[in-house]
Write a protein that binds this ligand. Sequence first.
Ligand SMILES: [Zn+2]
Length: 166
Amino acid sequence: MTAKTTKPKTLSPPKTAKAQCLCGAVTMEIDVPARWAFHDHGAAARVAHGAAYATYVGSWRKRFRILGGESCIAHFENEAAGITRHFCATCGTPLYYETTRSPHMVNIPRALFTSRTGREPRYHLRYAEMQDWTYTGETLSPLKGFPGVLFERPKKKKRALPEGMF
Ligand SMILES: [Zn+2]
């Protein structure tokens, strides 16, 4: 007589989080929880992403794996800054970057993950470089006649003092 194995009654949460580029050629995963997550307001991240800022998940390199499409990965090395940025050569999606300063870490854009990574992005790097056109949660109103479009009311300008007042 053999002992029957019973399935666990509850599913354990996934131990990995998967990520992929826009065209789907490159797939990656990290073990969760990630080490940390952060927003980067610096110029390099802003331009590399073509966005106001980039949000990254930082993972230990040994907990990061490229699952597919490795031959599609191109990179740009900024030697002066000690940063190498990897991106999909087919669709251009930024995939991850690494620095010579922290060789045991890789940083992957949070937007590429299709599930939770075990860390909330609570840190802001290079905050002083944030642009004045970055949306920071101002009140929005619906735009009449354009469903799904919201707009931000212009900031009130300080009234100039009438000429000859003093
Ligand atoms: Zn791609």
